[in-house]
Design a protein around this ligand. Structure first.
Ligand code: ATP
Ligand code: MG
Length: 198
């Protein structure tokens, strides 16, 4: 029998207000690109995609985040871009804060120690707005959206017939350079979360 695995990623998880703002600010670009818009409730910024992780490694993944030393920062999303290879429309920051890039780097350092294969591309904060976009529309402008980021989330992704369903398993506050974040909680399943392999 194959051991149970969970599809996991670390992300910045906005509150409802920011999600609504992002959806509103990018509405024209999303409409103009055709494709499959990401549901507003699912909008987020992936920091590190882990993929399938054996359930037995969950505690290690939690400790990787618990031991991080990283401070808060602000993301200002101010342009919509089109990434032709994955065929996605994304909201981007014209000036990504070094602290965001540093957070991704520090997290990957710790994940590499767990033999989780790293993403070798330089980290670029982005929020995927729509998928299956072959060609973007003409209007890629957006009203800037400021997002004060104060925590890192570990998220599980389960693919349903009608798209991905995300569950935030844990959040860690970004409490400031040099100060360790609070110790992680044990990796308990949230009520209703499905632990079966998808
Ligand atoms: P679905 O794959 O069901 O259409 P999804 O792409 O949103 O939906 P996942 O594939 O589980 O769901 O991805 C979760 C998050 O990780 C998304 O933000 C996705 O863009 C990102 N992601 C997925 N695969 C990779 C990858 N290989 N490298 C970097 N980020 C990835
Ligand atoms: Mg995917």
């Amino acid at each position: 029998m194959t051991p149970p695995v969970r599809r996991l990623f670390f992300a910045l998880w906005p509150d409802d207000e920011i999600r609504q703002e992002l959806a509103r600010a990018c509405r024209k670009a999303i409409k103009g690109g055709g494709g499959r818009p990401v549901a507003t409730r699912n909008l987020h910024a992936t920091v590190a995609f882990l993929g399938a992780v054996a359930e037995a490694r969950l505690a290690d993944v939690f400790s990787a985040a618990s031991g991080l030393r990283a401070g808060p920062f602000e993301l200002v999303f101010d342009q919509v871009g089109h990434w032709p290879r994955p065929q996605v429309l994304v909201a981007l920051c014209s000036e990504p804060p070094p602290a965001a890039v540093g957070l991704a780097g520090a997290l990957w350092q710790r994940l590499k120690a767990l033999d989780i294969p790293p993403d070798l591309r330089p980290y670029e904060p982005h929020v995927t707005l729509a998928r299956k976009v072959r060609r973007p529309g003409r209007d890629l402008g957006m009203r800037p959206v400021r997002w004060p980021v104060t925590e890192l989330a570990l998220v599980e992704s389960v693919t349903d017939p009608d798209g991905a369903r995300y569950t935030v398993l844990e959040r860690w506050p970004l409490v400031g350079e040099g100060a360790p974040v609070a110790p992680g909680s044990p990796p308990e399943l949230p009520p209703g979360a499905d632990s079966s392999p998808s």
